[in-house]
Design a protein around this ligand. Structure first.
Ligand SMILES: Nc1ncnc2c1ncn2[C@@H]1O[C@H](COP(=O)(O)OP(=O)(O)OP(=O)(O)O)[C@@H](O)[C@H]1O
Ligand SMILES: [Mg+2]
Length: 184
């Protein structure tokens, strides 16, 4: 087999593996919001929160809304064109960010949209910043950090987990200068 044939074969094998992965694990293209999630996604309000009981889909809706914004493609409304700078804030890194928010965001974000095609390539673990092929970035922060870390550069959108105290304390730091606030 020639070198060119071999690399073509490898390319098809990679593609086939990618199809198998997405068939097993649907990403944002296979996301089907339930009616309350759909209303949340369709809202044009600057600050919007999805409130609901345990396991009602708040985290899924918040994470997938972040994915829509980062991709610059939204099924229910116009969103800013990429590149945008987004921020997702959890109540702490160990549990909220690393165990819930980042995995949920990763579940819906297509690998093909990530710079280099994988989290290994596109995610800076030190800075906790994901970069996409469209040059949008998503940074993960926590309220464990000094409030000053939340100030400074304005962001196109931020996503927060439920915690009204957190929202109040962050309000003057970043919410006021941000166009879109998603609370899931
Ligand atoms: N539209 C959807 N498509 C597929 N799965 C969904 C959808 N909405 C919610 N789920 C699933 O339902 C379960 C509960 O969703 P989620 O974790 O978002 O709820 P929650 O309201 O954040 O829960 P909690 O109160 O525990 O924080 C999860 O297993 C999630 O994957
Ligand atoms: Mg949740």
């Amino acid at each position: 087999m020639s070198k060119a044939q071999k690399s073509q074969k490898e390319m098809f094998q990679d593609l086939a593996a990618q199809f198998r992965r997405s068939a097993r694990k649907p990403n944002i293209h296979g996301y089907s919001p339930h009616p309350k999630q759909r209303n949340f996604h369709a809202s044009e309000a600057k600050i919007r929160a999805l409130l609901g009981g345990n396991r009602s889909g708040k985290t899924v809706a918040g994470a997938s809304e972040g994915v829509f914004y980062a991709l610059g493609q939204h099924p229910f409304k116009e969103v800013p064109k990429p590149p945008t700078q987004g921020r997702i804030i959890g109540s702490d890194f160990v549990n909220s960010v690393e165990k819930i928010l980042r995995p949920e965001f990763a579940r819906w974000m297509p690998l093909s949209a990530i710079k280099g095609g994988s989290w290994e390539h596109g995610y800076d673990k030190e800075a906790r910043v994901l970069t996409l092929e469209n040059d949008s970035t998503v940074e993960f922060l926590s309220t464990d950090q000094e409030l000053d870390k939340h100030a400074g550069a304005s962001r196109s959108w931020i996503g927060l987990t439920r915690n009204s105290r957190m929202i109040t304390s962050l309000r003057t730091r970043c919410v006021c200068s941000t166009r879109t606030v998603i609370c899931g």
